[in-house]
Design a protein around this ligand. Structure first.
Ligand SMILES: Nc1nc2c(ncn2[C@@H]2O[C@H](COP(=O)(O)OP(=O)(O)OP(=O)(O)O)[C@@H](O)[C@H]2O)c(=O)[nH]1
Ligand SMILES: [Mg+2]
Length: 216
């Protein structure tokens, strides 16, 4: 049976406002984690942002929270080098992950981050949903497939988020949605909606806030 992956609809006004208030409230950097034993106690729900280096993970956290510099964003791929924890009021944690694929660092250090990332994704009991970010100009790459397969095996529900759609021409979005949908059909852990976003222009941000606010 084929599962459909429609674009996530915009929330109704009341849901959007509740989510806006949640993200406008206190959001604080808690800590940067470099090893599994540095993770904070698994005492509340969390969501994480995973994806290739430079896909826009940190920018998305900045856009969601309306705080430009809370998660560092840069032009240099491999900038986020730790698992960064942010508290979202009393709701739970937002987790910014190091990118996979490329990093401007010595091979041994990159291997260490990648191992940490995989251990985290496979072994965090309070991880409610992993958002798998995909650059809308590039579509799903083999390394995305690998991470999604790991999430399937670990039974971690994940949701695909297309990023940087402001960089696409008007006819370029549907083909990438089709490509992502074909990939998601291979993954039992994929949540059956795709979120389409631009951190620069704000598309999809209210939708993603409402999705996160609705998780408990
Ligand atoms: N036009 C446009 N640029 C974006 C958007 N989101 C991110 N960028 C740019 O993409 C680059 C990378 O963004 P980051 O948020 O640092 O990406 P990241 O996934 O956190 O990268 P790593 O930490 O290296 O894994 C930066 O130059 C951002 O300004 C977007 O929605 N639109
Ligand atoms: Mg980053």
């Amino acid at each position: 049976m084929k599962v459909a992956f429609p674009v996530a609809p915009e929330p109704d006004a009341e849901t959007a406002e509740a989510a806006r208030l949640l993200f406008a409230g206190p959001v604080d950097f808690l800590k940067g984690v470099v090893a599994m034993d540095g993770l904070p106690p698994a005492d509340r729900p969390e969501v994480c942002f995973a994806g290739r280096s430079n896909v826009g993970k940190s920018s998305l956290i900045n856009a969601l929270t309306g705080r430009k510099g809370i998660a560092r964003a840069s032009n240099t791929p491999g900038r986020t080098q730790e698992i960064n924890y942010f508290t979202l009021g009393d709701h739970g944690y937002l987790v910014d992950l190091p990118g996979y694929g490329f990093a401007k660092a010595p091979v041994a250090i990159v291997a260490k981050w990648q191992a940490l990332l995989k251990n985290y994704l496979a072994g965090r009991p309070t991880l409610r949903r992993a958002f798998c970010l995909i650059d809308s100009r590039h579509g799903v790459k083999p390394v995305d497939h690998e991470i999604m397969t790991l999430l399937d095996k670990s039974a971690v529900p994940f949701q695909a988020v297309l990023t940087k759609i402001d960089k696409l021409g008007p006819n370029a979005l549907q083909p990438v949605i089709d490509q992502v949908e074909a990939e998601l059909q291979k993954h039992p852990a994929a949540f059956p909606q795709i979120v389409v976003t631009s951190s620069d222009k704000g598309q999809g941000i209210a939708t993603l806030r409402a999705i996160i606010a609705g998780l408990d």
